[in-house]
Write a protein that binds this ligand. Structure first.
Ligand SMILES: NC(=O)c1ccc[n+]([C@@H]2O[C@H](COP(=O)([O-])OP(=O)(O)OC[C@H]3O[C@@H](n4cnc5c(N)ncnc54)[C@H](OP(=O)(O)O)[C@@H]3O)[C@@H](O)[C@H]2O)c1
Length: 257
C-alpha cells in the first residue's frame, strides 16, 4: 500500500486482521509523526520506479494499491512503471474530486500560482490549507493576511508580513471550521481539490458563511484501474486473490500434485 492518506489507513485497517493477507505500507516521510498503521510500515522514497520495482520483488509483493493523495502525481506515475517492471497488479484508490453545490462560490485554477492570482490584487483574509510542501508559494502574494493550517510547523515561517499558523490534522468538523473562519475574519478559503471527507468541512463552512473558495485543480493521474471507495478496493483485492488461487490450483493439477 502506497499510503499517506486517511483512505489508505482505513483500507489497511480493513485488511490487517485477515489471515489470507499480509498488508504492508509505504510512507514518504513528509509528516514528522504519522499516525501509525496496523501493518509493517516503511518510510522514505524508493529511488524512483526502478527502486519501487526492486522493493516489490524483494518483498514478494503480490498486489499493490496506490492510495496516495491525489496530488502525489510523481509517486502515482512511478507506481505504474514499477507495477509494469515487477509484473504486479496495481489498483489506484482514487477518491472523487469535490464538486460545487448550490450556494458555493468556487473558482478552480490549474495551478497554485494561478490560484494565488485568483485571490486578486487587493489584500484579503485567506485561510490556506495547502500542506508544508506548497505553502511557501504564498510568499508570491504577500499582500494578503494568511491563516495557515498544517500538520507540522511551517519552518521557517513565511516571508510575508501577516500570517498566522495553526497546527492540526483532520478529520475536521463543520462547526469548528465555521467558528475558526468567523473568529479570524476569513474572507477566502484557498485549498487543493483533494476530495474525500476528512477535510471537506472547510468547504461546507465556506458555503455556510458565503465565503469564496479558490481551489487548485488536481494534476493528471496515470491511467490505472481505479477504485472510488473502500468497498471497491476490497472487492478488487478479493478478486485478485481468487484469480491467484485458481491459478495455483490449475498449476498444481497440471503437475499432477
Ligand atoms: N501532495 C499532497 O498534497 C499530499 C497531501 C496529503 C498526503 N500526501 C502524502 O504525502 C506523500 C508524499 O506526497 P507528495 O505529493 O510529496 O508525492 P510526490 O510528489 O508524488 O512524490 C515525490 C517522491 O516522494 C516519494 N514518495 C511519495 N509518496 C511515497 C510513499 N507513499 N512511499 C514512499 N515514497 C513516496 C517518492 O520518492 P522516490 O521517487 O524516491 O520513490 C516520490 O517520487 C504521499 O504518501 C501522499 O499520499 C500528499
Amino acid at each position: 500500500m502506497l499510503g499517506g492518506t486517511s483512505e489508505a489507513r482505513a483500507l489497511v485497517e480493513a485488511l490487517a486482521s485477515r489471515a489470507d493477507l499480509a498488508p504492508s505500507v509505504s510512507l514518504a516521510g513528509r509528516t514528522r509523526n504519522p499516525l501509525p498503521y496496523p501493518a509493517p510500515t516503511r518510510i522514505g522514497g524508493f529511488g524512483g520506479a526502478q527502486g519501487l520495482a526492486d522493493h516489490l520483488r524483494a518483498e514478494g509483493i503480490d498486489l499493490m494499491v496506490d492510495a496516495t493523495h491525489p496530488f502525489a502525481a510523481i509517486m502515482s506515475m512511478n507506481a505504474v512503471e514499477a507495477a509494469r517492471l515487477a509484473d504486479v497488479p496495481l489498483l489506484a484508490l482514487a477518491r472523487p474530486a469535490w464538486t460545487p453545490k448550490p450556494g458555493d462560490d468556487w473558482q478552480e485554477e490549474p495551478s497554485l500560482p494561478a490560484a494565488l492570482a485568483g485571490l486578486g490584487a487587493a489584500p484579503r483574509r485567506v485561510f490556506a490549507a495547502l500542506g508544508r510542501n506548497e505553502v511557501r508559494a504564498l510568499e508570491a502574494a504577500p499582500q494578503h493576511h494568511y491563516l495557515i493550517r498544517s500538520v507540522d510547523p511551517v519552518e521557517p515561517p513565511l516571508a510575508v508580513p501577516d500570517a498566522g499558523y495553526i497546527l492540526d490534522r483532520g478529520p475536521f468538523i463543520l462547526e469548528a471550521e465555521i467558528n475558526l473562519f468567523k473568529s479570524h475574519g476569513i474572507e477566502v478559503v484557498l485549498a487543493k481539490n483533494s476530495g474525500g471527507t476528512a477535510s471537506a468541512a472547510k468547504l461546507a463552512a465556506a458555503r455556510a458563511l458565503g465565503l469564496k473558495v479558490v481551489l487548485v485543480a488536481r494534476p493528471p493521474r496515470p491511467d490505472v484501474e481505479p477504485a472510488a471507495s473502500l468497498s471497491e478496493a476490497l472487492a478488487w483485492i478479493d478478486a485478485r486473490l481468487i484469480d491467484a488461487r485458481l491459478h495455483a490450483r490449475s498449476a498444481s493439477a497440471r503437475r499432477g500434485v
